[in-house]
Design a binder for this molecule. Structure first.
Ligand SMILES: Cc1ncc(COP(=O)(O)O)c(C=O)c1O
Length: 392
């Protein structure tokens, strides 16, 4: 932990719950992506953390944005993201959103149904479109499969229909699932994309766009079983060279959300209550599944420890961690091993920069964690120098 971050987290006057995000970590991660995936372009998935300061930082780094809604579009534009540096990979878009994307010249948008193609053709005539391919999500902690995506044959029929309706089918995207722990998910998806790429070419569609989606995992500093951005980049780039036909002017897109912002974030919470119930000892925190820790409700394991290092000397116990609200589903995790912990003490959740405040609501009157950005103003010269030396 760097010293400034450490002193903010340990400041007893810090009002909890608090999400502290280190912006230097975003710079570092952005550069790691660029060097692990040479030639790829980053379109940050805003849903992971759409704090305007984060959006501004990504725009300063030269990143584009993957958006899902009209509000995200306006935010990306106001942070300086030009229309052509914006993609929409949400397969379901309402009419006002489509019209505004058309007006500002969003580079391209995804489609995965005949209905969506008809809607896009009507409200964003002539748009570039790409098809969302359904791929295996089994290596991911949070699988996203099922709701979106089509098989290869359906994708071909959609390309034909898009062309007939005056749209420009330019390529393919997929999502391997969030916090994907196996690079073979991407490799297998690239093989499926390759089959579609060739079949589409045989029907006269010239693809120039391959979007590898999100899914890059966070947490590589805490758990050696989590592949790094570099591990994934190596396997993915080899697969692309092997399976995707060399296409001059091809756009290779990454849509990282979690990995871009999670590791820079720490969520500091206070223990506001404690109870023995049957065999369980409960700790009630001032943030729960409604106001910051929603992902734990989806089965995501929290990485948590006491803020006060002296308490690490105490004997370990298993706790059930719960949020402060009156709703009985507000349980963060069970069987969490922590040193003996008392009311008034603080805990810190790691890798908390993504899908925390973004999901949060002040349900039952419990506030969304205050946001503290560290290094927001300090856009390091060395980042710009390194960006200049990145391969294109
Ligand atoms: C279309 C799309 N792209 C990118 C992402 C970002 O995924 P992750 O945060 O796992 O990188 C998501 C997340 O749901 C998504 O739906």
């Amino acid at each position: 932990m760097n010293n400034r971050l450490d002193s903010i987290l340990r400041d007893p006057s810090l009002v909890t719950p608090a999400l502290v995000l280190d912006f230097d970590a975003i710079d570092t991660t952005y550069l790691r992506f660029l060097s692990a995936f040479p030639g790829a372009e980053i379109f940050y998935a805003m849903k992971a953390n759409a704090n305007p300061l984060v959006i501004k930082r990504i725009a300063e780094l030269g990143g584009g944005f993957e958006i899902a809604s009209l509000a995200e579009l306006e935010l990306a534009l106001s942070a300086g993201g030009a229309g052509e540096r914006i993609l929409c990979s949400n397969p379901i878009k309402n009419v006002p959103f489509l019209k505004r994307m058309h007006e500002v010249g969003v580079y391209a948008m995804v489609v995965d149904s005949t209905y969506e193609i008809e809607k896009v053709a009507r409200h964003a005539p002539g748009a570039r479109v790409y098809i969302r391919l359904a791929v295996d999500n089994s290596g991911a902690v949070l699988p996203l499969a099922g709701k979106f995506g089509v098989d290869g044959d359906t994708a071909l029929a959609l390309c034909d229909l898009a062309q007939e309706r005056g749209l420009q089918p330019i390529g393919i995207m997929f999502h391997v699932g969030s916090q994907c722990l196996s690079s073979s998910n991407w490799v297998n998806a690239i093989q499926s994309a390759s089959d579609l790429w060739h079949a589409a070419a045989a029907r006269g569609h010239h693809f120039t766009f391959l979007d590898l989606g999100g899914g890059y995992p966070a947490g590589s500093y805490h758990d050696a079983s989590i592949p790094t951005i570099e591990n994934i980049g190596m396997d993915v780039m080899m697969a692309i060279h092997e399976y995707i036909p060399h296409t001059p002017g091809m756009k290779l897109i990454l849509e990282p959300g979690r990995a871009m912002v999670a590791e820079g974030g720490r969520l500091v919470v206070e223990v506001v209550g404690k109870a023995e119930r049957g065999s369980e000892t409960w700790l009630y925190l001032d943030a729960g599944v409604f106001n910051g820790l929603m992902e734990t409700f989806e089965g995501f394991p929290p990485i948590v420890q006491p803020l006060d290092e002296e308490s690490l000397e105490r004997p370990l116990h298993e706790f059930t961690l719960a949020g402060p609200s009156c709703d009985s589903c507000d349980v963060i995790a069970r069987k969490v091993a922590l040193p003996e912990t008392h009311i008034g003490e603080r805990l810190v959740f790691f890798d908390a920069g993504a899908y925390t405040n973004e999901y949060a609501a002040a349900f039952n009157g419990f506030p969304i964690p205050q946001f503290i950005g560290l290094g927001v103003e300090r856009h390091q010269a060395h980042v710009e120098t390194e960006l200049e030396h990145m391969p294109n």
